[in-house]
Design a protein around this ligand. Sequence first.
Ligand code: ATP
Ligand code: ATP
Ligand code: MG
Ligand code: MG
Ligand code: MG
Ligand code: MG
Ligand code: MG
Length: 300
Amino acid sequence: MANSKYEYVRAFEESDVLLPSTWIVIRIDGRGFHKLSAKYEFEKPNDKRALNLMNAAAEGVMKELPDLVLAYGVSDEFSFIFHKDCTLFERRESKLVTTVVSTFTSYYVYLWPSYFENKPLFPPLPSFDGRAVLYPIDRILRDYVSWRQVDCHINNLYNTTFWALVQKGNMNGTDAEKELMGTVSSDKNEILFSRFGINYNNEPEIFKKGSVLYRDYANTIATSSSFTTLTTEPNLPKAEETPASAPESSEMPIPDEPPAPKSKTQAAKEQKLRKRARIAIEHVDIIRDEFWMQRPWILS
Ligand code: ATP
Ligand code: ATP
Ligand code: MG
Ligand code: MG
Ligand code: MG
Ligand code: MG
Ligand code: MG
């Protein structure tokens, strides 16, 4: 567009380029979902349809943004992780956050009727907020996802016990809350088991562990001949090639020279592979090393 005398207003825009070579976590959270879950009569404490809808919306986001390496969701929140070397939108924070939030929201609303057939949406419509947080090393990024999964466990144990007292113990909310005040995990497990015959360990994994989404190259069906050659690229190891101990990039020796940037063709090949990969949705422990050791490509 031609210059105009109004162009100068552009200079008022602030730069919000995120630090390079740093993991970008974008966490989104449903606005007022306590109310929304009552409005559409979500089952308490965990409505499976609502969780599956969150996961389906997150899968849509992963598909549309190949730079995402992992997503973790629980309740009305999802954390999306962009690779530390991602250059999407020149790493501009507002572009990354708003694109993730709006893509997620679009899918959530678009897919709603498939999960809540007889409960059509009407205003006020679901919306989500979002923020970006940077994590400089793999260890801290893993601590971030561990933090979310521990939070999932603590909240779920509390909610499961609270709703058992209300739904099965005929207590009102205030009394149930009082009953649980000052209790530790073992007390809640004991209440569930002795009063209601519920073994918390047998609760569905999706409730206890939340949902993790990642690109599953090993189980992606080859759709073209180039796929087989591409999977041998060193940056995207197959599951079978898992080394006994995956080196953490933060512990790598400091090279004398900065690493050579990837060639354009190499980057394009990898991007194509990411786009084509199947998105796995699992409800597993992501705190212990096992998950990461078995899927070394996620953080590579
Ligand atoms: P805010 O706008 O501040 O985020 P909020 O009402 O969304 O407020 P959160 O702390 O985000 O509060 O909690 C989300 C709430 O949504 C939960 O407390 C729970 O009541 C409800 N919720 C979310 N997902 C489900 C689900 N799958 N099944 C039942 N209830 C759910
Ligand atoms: P980016 O993702 O960088 O924003 P973009 O393709 O959206 O890329 P914009 O600079 O935002 O580029 O321009 C929007 C483009 O969308 C316009 O150039 C035009 O081609 C098209 N467009 C938007 N609204 C209309 C419309 N009402 N009718 C026809 N074309 C439209
Ligand atoms: Mg435009
Ligand atoms: Mg919030
Ligand atoms: Mg919320
Ligand atoms: Mg929340
Ligand atoms: Mg545009």
